[in-house]
Unconditional design. Structure first.
Length: 111
């Protein structure tokens, strides 16, 4: 019987599993689009596919709205069928985001 080393296994999703408009995954993180309702997470990065992982127009606009690295974010609820819009809270403000917008906000789930 062989044992597997858990540290060698990657928990990152494959590139074809990423939300539309989102860059390659940052290891140890997921997107707000993948965050379960009523879970808190900390923003680790804002990315966009066209920016090759770097902040671009959409990421800049999200930052202007308050989605800043280090801020706590939570998904309050999702639209019909668990899809769009996604109600997201940052601080005292609630935003309705499309899935591809939420997919560009990388987070680390609070332990």
């Amino acid at each position: 019987m062989t044992s597997r080393n858990a540290a060698s296994e990657s928990t990152a999703p494959s590139a074809d599993a990423l939300p539309h408009g989102c860059a390659a995954p940052i290891f140890d993180s997921l997107s707000v689009a993948d965050l379960q309702p009523r879970h808190f997470a900390t923003i680790t990065a804002l990315t966009e596919a066209n920016g090759a992982g770097r902040p671009t127009r959409m990421a800049q606009r999200l930052a202007e709205l308050g989605f800043i690295v280090g801020e706590t974010v939570s998904v309050l609820r999702r639209g019909p069928g668990g899809r769009e819009p996604i109600a997201v809270q940052v601080g005292d403000t609630v935003f309705a985001l499309r899935r591809h917008e939420a997919g560009c906000i990388r987070v680390r789930v609070a332990a």
